[in-house]
Design a protein around this ligand. Structure first.
Ligand code: PRT
Ligand code: ZN
Length: 224
């Protein structure tokens, strides 16, 4: 269902939401976040913000339900691989890498284990929320493994005897340390990105996207 207004999907609540809203505001988009609304209309531009869980953003873009989205590359690439494996639409346009949401997706092991390289992961069970990205990495280096899919508490899996290692997002490393783990391999460095759906849109909408991109460029440069 096409609308005249540009639809932008952003995370409703979480690590990307504040910076995402700040970026849009600095770009001159005026809106008022009130209550538990799913859609918020910008007051001064033909833009609607869709407030959703980050997990839903890649699919909304790939299915052409929204025009733009802001999402972590980790989530974006995982969903894209997962959808491609199911022969579902998995394409998108990456418009710009943003200056927030930075983290790395890393394989971590018990801190007391002697680690000499990826071959040491051979035959191990790895707990993760990102099975596709782990598979891509392990297949590339030719190391056998199994996964244990966990949507939360990944870092406690080794201690709980559910897995030998984990693959999870790391920013400061404090969570790993608190759970007696150490980083063994970084498999992806991620940031928030602005993406566009491959769906053909009106010239007006495309022109608005171009204007927004120029403003985003200005906002990011001003911070540097
Ligand atoms: O509710 P919803 O599904 O929308 O949110 P969510 O809980 O799935 O995601 P959220 O808000 O936690 O994270 C959104 C995005 O922020 C992620 O997809 C990443 O792109 C990015 N990001 C950046 C991070 C981190 N840094 C991060 N440190 N996401 C999660 N973490 C977690 C990590 O999983 C681990 O539990 O923080 C912990 C590690 O942090 P340190 O500092 O102890 O290393
Ligand atoms: Zn999520």
């Amino acid at each position: 269902m096409q609308t005249q207004r540009l639809r932008i999907a952003i995370q409703k609540k979480g690590r990307l939401s504040k910076e995402c809203q700040d970026l849009l505001k600095r770009c001159g988009v005026k809106f008022n976040m009130v209550g538990e609304r799913l859609v918020v209309h910008a007051e001064n531009m033909p833009i609607d913000l869709l407030l959703v869980r980050d997990d839903d953003i890649p699919g909304l873009i790939m299915d052409g339900v929204v025009d733009l989205g802001v999402i972590g590359e980790n989530e974006l690439e995982e969903v894209s691989l997962e959808r491609a494996a199911r022969h579902e639409a998995s394409d998108y346009l990456k418009l710009r890498r943003l200056d927030f949401g930075g983290c790395r997706l890393s394989i971590a092991i018990d801190k007391d284990i002697d680690y000499n390289g990826p071959q040491d992961l051979n035959g191990k069970r790895i707990a993760t929320t990102y099975p596709q990205l782990v598979k891509r990495y392990m297949d590339n280096i030719g190391v056998q493994f199994t996964t244990c899919m966990l949507n939360g508490s990944v870092e406690v899996a080794p201690r709980a005897g559910l897995a030998d290692a984990i693959c999870d997002l790391v920013s400061t490393g404090a969570t790993l340390e608190a759970n007696g783990l150490k980083e063994a391999e970084v498999i992806l460095r991620s940031k928030a990105v602005l993406i566009q759906s491959m769906t053909v849109i009106s010239c007006e909408k495309q022109a608005l996207i171009e204007r927004l991109l120029i403003r985003i460029q200005g906002v990011i440069q001003a911070k540097e």
